[in-house]
Design a protein around this ligand. Structure first.
Ligand SMILES: [Zn+2]
Length: 428
């Protein structure tokens, strides 16, 4: 877990976060840019995703994309990228001794894209295939429909997105690139066994590549409009007739970072691990394979959610059991042993999760790009260990209420009212 952070504001306007992880065998090199879906117009919504795909499609130094991929992979490096509502992340993992090579290649990829008409056309097809695959996946559909209820502007229907991507023009891509891939929006996050000399070299090398570029304007995060989501209950048809799925979320419209430790313990008493409350009860009742709970505390909104799938005859009993036990835990009806187990489980899981350079790059990368505080995993562990019963009950009081839920179900022959009654029966 030992590491040190070196946050450097570059003269070019970009930010560099070098994370020294002593003795790490790998280097994780990431470039985050505030260029996610929220920064584009609805009529070209899919553009950030297309731009992410095009990063691998050749550049001035390596016009042939295959040659560029060879260059990256010949020493065993791995590369990928992903896009979300807020940013695109370009990502490279390699061995310690390849730091210089991977830095050069990453900077070439970032600053010299060609956006060839031919590449644009075939990557559009790739994205259409990717989105069409989502349309066939019940689990993905369930969560997407669910999020759509809460923040529709971030979850445009996939069918529409397929039409949108077809209409994007090369000029749109160039415009978006020149607005978003500018120094002010760039966050370089590099983790590994980095000496002060390495960090110095990284700073100089990145600066040299960005020199003379227009700094651009930093994209600011504006809270998206949340819909009238309260007490929404929607049912969708599934492709797989045998399975019925549901996800129930409790929404908090605030960025509730201080609740992290307590909500994490609530989650883990309830559904974290084999010996957790609902895992044991649902399996012993023969209702389910593995019920889940998750949470996210973020700038746009925070939530706590539970989800599972089972056969139609069992779904109502499973749902009722899950809600009943969640409310029970929320009311503080858990033993000291359950609390201590959840604390140890949370701390141990955290400690296990920070072994590789990538774990640190991932943890701090989102934080610096989103303007969240840079807080160490060790601090989180000490907060887990300090949690008391009243903290869990306190956070549950703010999240698990009768007015802030959204329920989405997927399956055949489901009756809305049965599920609404369960919620009205247990929630305060
Ligand atoms: Zn994709």
């Amino acid at each position: 877990m030992k590491h040190t952070l070196h946050k450097i504001n570059l003269k070019s306007g970009a930010k560099l976060l070098a994370i020294n992880v002593p003795n790490a065998a790998t280097i994780d090199f990431r470039i985050y840019t505030r260029a996610g879906y929220r920064f584009t117009e609805t009529n070209i919504f899919e553009l950030p995703h297309l731009m992410e795909h095009l990063a691998f499609e050749g550049n001035k130094t390596y016009p042939d994309s295959l040659k560029f991929a060879f260059e990256i992979e010949k020493n065993g490096a791995y590369t990928n990228a992903y896009t979300n509502a807020s940013f695109i992340c370009y990502h490279f993992i390699t061995r310690k001794k390849e730091l210089k090579d991977i830095t050069d290649l990453a900077l070439i990829q970032l600053t010299e894209p060609l956006f060839k008409e031919k590449s644009i056309n075939h990557e559009k097809e790739t994205i259409i295939n990717e989105l069409s695959r989502n349309l066939a996946n019940d689990s993905r559909r369930l969560f997407y429909f669910h999020d759509q209820v809460i923040v529709p502007s971030f979850c445009i229907p996939w069918e529409e997105r397929i039409n949108i991507v077809k209409k994007i023009k090369r000029k749109d891509i160039l415009d978006y690139y020149s607005k978003t891939h500018v120094p002010k929006n760039l966050f370089f996050v590099i983790a590994g066994d980095l000496s002060p000399r390495d960090i110095d070299w990284l700073e100089k090398t990145i600066e040299k590549k960005l020199k003379g570029k227009d700094q651009g304007k930093l994209n600011k995060f504006r809270k998206p409009d949340l819909s009238d989501y309260r007490r929404s209950l929607d049912i969708y048809k599934s492709h797989a007739k045998e399975q019925t799925r549901f996800v129930l979320s409790f929404i908090n419209e605030h960025f509730d970072l201080n609740s992290w430790a307590a909500i994490s313990i609530l989650r883990n008493i309830y559904a974290g691990g084999f010996s957790s409350r609902i895992f044991q009860k649902a399996r012993k009742a023969g209702l389910s394979y593995g019920p889940q709970a998750s949470f996210s505390l973020a700038r746009d909104y925070s939530f706590f959610s539970i989800d599972d799938e089972t056969s139609l005859p069992k779904v109502k009993d499973l749902f009722e059991l899950m809600v009943k036990e969640l409310v029970d835990v929320s009311n503080g009806n858990f033993t000291n042993q359950e609390l201590e187990r959840a604390k140890g489980y949370s701390a141990g899981k955290f400690e296990k999760g920070f072994q590789l350079a990538s774990d640190f790059a991932d943890w701090y990368g989102t934080d610096i790009t989103m303007d969240y505080p840079l807080d160490s995993p060790a601090n989180y562990i000490s907060r887990f260990l300090a949690i008391k019963k009243k903290d869990v009950v306190g956070v549950a009081e703010r999240y698990i209420t009768k007015n802030n839920w959204v329920l989405t179900l997927m399956g055949e022959n489901l009756e809305k009212e049965k599920f609404r009654k369960v919620l009205d029966k247990y929630l305060r």
